[in-house]
Write a protein that binds this ligand. Structure first.
Ligand SMILES: [Zn+2]
Length: 78
């Protein structure tokens, strides 16, 4: 009889699509809004509509190796 079936620790800590919250200031209405960032991508650029004023905000997201997320928000017209 096998003494205990060892489970692969890599499978036990299975990562799902995890998203981190980040807060930015909308360049149009200056409200602080929450966005969701996928920390598995170290550098991302995309456009997300402000949840307050609905203007499209250009977001530059960078994720440091330690997991720190930095987000820059720009207005679409500059
Ligand atoms: Zn806004």
């Amino acid at each position: 009889m096998a003494a205990g079936t060892a489970r692969c620790p890599g499978l036990a800590v299975r990562l799902t699509m995890q998203q981190e919250s980040a807060y930015i200031t909308c360049p149009y209405c200056w409200e602080t809004i929450e966005i969701l960032v996928d920390p598995s991508e170290p550098a991302q650029q995309y456009v997300e509509d402000c949840s307050v004023c609905c203007h499209p905000i250009e977001l530059s997201v960078s994720v440091a190796p330690g997991g720190d997320i930095a987000v820059e928000a720009h207005s679409d017209d500059d």
